[in-house]
Design a protein. Structure first.
Length: 232
């Protein structure tokens, strides 16, 4: 089975413009593959480049070197070289991303935030909202909160809205940046169930997970990012 995602020779550094344009190396020669139905967990201490790798896959950060190949059917796109329009199209059809932080338009109800990826993809709003309700229930968001903007929700509630949004659109590749960081045991278990279900359906997943129990439950492969540390 061909890899859904393949990284080879990927490198990234940042230019510190307020410090005389000094270049700060982050990672170099990043290489791994993810097959459909596989969960690859990126491991390593804070600051080792895990989130930077996810953002390069998603196209939020540009690579300094290497290739990030995303396969969809018979089409292969190199995110490292793709034009912005092509990256945006990949995000709609192929690449899902759950960050640690909820970014939502103020005053928009939680149910509509969750349903938005489906509506943007052409699904009828009523149908998308029904599916959003099922996901909100799975993640234990109380019904009285569905029609409220999540700006005033607790951190854990906001994270669960974020997870619901990311998992609702059934995309072939899913990137997870600490999805269980703010959650209690019951909701961590709910997220593990969602990840396991997606793996069974063939989703290729790249995750950052610091919780050892969650990592052990979902990881098929663990990649230690320290081996990609860029020399200063």
């Amino acid at each position: 089975m061909s890899a859904a995602l393949e990284l080879s020779g990927v490198g990234k550094s940042f230019t510190m413009h307020l410090q005389g344009s000094v270049r700060l190396p982050v990672v170099s020669d990043v290489a791994f593959t993810v097959r459909p139905g596989e969960c690859v967990v990126l491991a390593g201490p804070s600051g080792s480049g895990k989130s930077s790798i996810l953002k390069m896959i998603f196209g939020s950060y540009r690579c300094d070197a290497g290739r990030i190949l995303v396969r969809q059917a018979d089409t292969v796109t190199d995110v490292a070289r793709a034009e912005p329009r092509a990256v945006i199209a990949l995000r709609r059809r192929v690449l899902g991303y759950v960050t640690q932080f909820l970014r939502a338009v103020p005053r928009v109800a939680a149910i509509d935030i969750v349903a938005d990826p489906l509506v943007s993809g052409g699904e009828a709003r009523d149908s998308a909202r029904r599916r959003a309700i099922k996901m909100l229930r799975r993640l234990n968001i109380p019904a009285p909160l569905w029609d409220l903007p999540p700006a005033t929700f607790s951190g854990g509630e906001q994270q669960r809205v974020n997870i619901a949004r990311g998992f609702l659109a059934d995309l072939p590749i899913l990137l997870l940046d600490e999805p269980t960081a703010s959650l209690d045991a019951a909701n961590r278990a709910a997220v593990v169930d969602l990840i396991t279900e997606r793996k069974r359906r063939g989703t290729a997943i790249v995750a950052i997970v610091h919780d050892a129990d969650v990592r052990d439950a979902v990881a098929d492969t663990v990649v230690d990012v320290r081996r990609f540390a860029a020399a200063a």
